[in-house]
Write a protein that binds this ligand. Structure first.
Ligand code: PEP
Ligand code: MN
Length: 353
């Protein structure tokens, strides 16, 4: 489907000559747009139609003396916007649909640490009714002295856990160089908050052949998150799932501040599925169940959370990881919320596309 919106409107100065109007039209065409002119008595207004580099075109037009104003009127992202596609995108993975009629729980440890640890985690996630196993093999750590992940060894353990439990795997890829390797083992590639604007990585994901969970950057706006998703889609991969994981604010009582309203707000702006990570959003195990319930209630498509067989001994993020019994209890406590969630999805009549 080709997006043929009207990305900008150019207003000419009063009483511009035909020659001046033609010069502006030529400049607009130079940027790849078609034009439609609206001729008033005193002023001519030009609508640019099509796809191109809006920012560069506007900058160039505003430098022309005969132009009064050039304004962007459509969102800077196209493929991920609601204007481009009606209904919800449903991302299919391992027999599941994310963004459809099923609330999806992705859970597991922050890092893959050992065979025993990931197997115990996987079995617990499956037994509690979780759908997808998480676990980092490549870890983005603030300090170079902290555990960096088991890398390919970790990926192999994740594969084993999938063979044992049938759970699909989500794991982080940190570098464009590693995309083919991680895609060989994982069902979903996670892009961490710190890499949300790693543009060479985003471009590479266009050809990854796997769905992507794109986490919101620590200090990123909603618009920037959508622009990063646009990179992936524009480079060929339409299976992008957004993830709210909290942002950095002046508040230090929680690890991050959960911008929970970003979920319904994003749903107004994009057709992509949106999940919530209550673990990184809070940094505090005791807050995870309450925020998870809020995530279901506010209409997220799923959760991505940390659970560990022994959080006290975790190599990373132990303080925010649920113990297995806590995870079980949380999954139970979510049930009535998920029932209501399902009913509201049904009545909304989500359109499969
Ligand atoms: C993680 O999921 O363990 C992680 C590093 O998350 P984020 O990128 O959101 O900090
Ligand atoms: Mn973590």
């Amino acid at each position: 489907m080709l997006f043929l919106g009207v990305p900008m409107i150019i207003s000419m100065k009063l009483h511009s000559t035909q020659e001046e109007i033609d010069a502006v039209c030529d400049r607009i065409r130079h940027f790849g747009y078609k034009i439609h002119t609206i001729e008033g008595v005193e002023r001519v207004v030009i609508a640019a139609i099509g796809v191109g580099d809006v920012t560069a075109c506007i900058e160039s037009l505003e430098a022309m003396p005969q132009v009064e104003k050039a304004v962007r009127i459509s969102a800077p992202y196209k493929f991920v916007s609601k204007e481009y596609k009606e209904g919800r995108t449903r991302v299919r993975v391992n027999g599941l649909e994310i963004g459809g009629d099923q609330f999806i729980v992705m859970a597991g440890p922050c890092s893959v640490e050992s065979e025993q640890q990931i197997m115990e985690s996987a079995e617990a996630v499956a037994a509690a009714g979780g759908h997808i196993l998480r676990g980092g093999a490549f870890k983005p750590r603030t300090s170079p002295y902290e555990f960096q992940g088991l890398e390919q060894e970790g990926l192999k353990l994740l594969r084993k856990a999938k063979e044992r439990t049938g759970l699909a795997i989500i794991t982080e890829v940190m570098s464009d160089r590693d995309v083919p390797l991680v895609a060989e083992y994982a069902d979903i590639l996670q892009i961490g908050a710190r890499n949300m604007q790693n543009f060479s990585l985003l471009k590479q994901l266009g050809k990854a052949g796997r769905p992507i969970v794109l986490k919101r950057g620590l200090s990123s706006t909603i618009r920037e998150l959508l622009m990063s998703a646009e990179y992936i889609v524009a480079h060929g991969n339409k299976d992008v799932i957004l993830c709210e994981r909290g942002i950095r604010t002046f508040e230090t009582a929680t690890r991050n501040t959960c911008d929970i309203v970003s979920i319904p707000l994003l749903q107004e702006m994009t057709h992509l599925p949106i999940i919530l990570d209550p673990s990184h959003a809070t940094g505090k195990r005791s807050l995870v169940p309450a925020l998870s319930r809020a995530g279901v209630a506010i209409g997220a498509d799923g959760l991505l959370m940390e659970v560990h067989p022994c959080p006290e001994k975790a190599y990373s993020d132990g303080a925010q990881s649920l113990h297995i019994p806590e995870f079980n209890q949380m999954m139970q406590s979510l049930k009535p919320y998920i029932e209501i969630w399902k009913q509201s999805r049904m009545t909304e009549g989500a359109v499969a596309v």
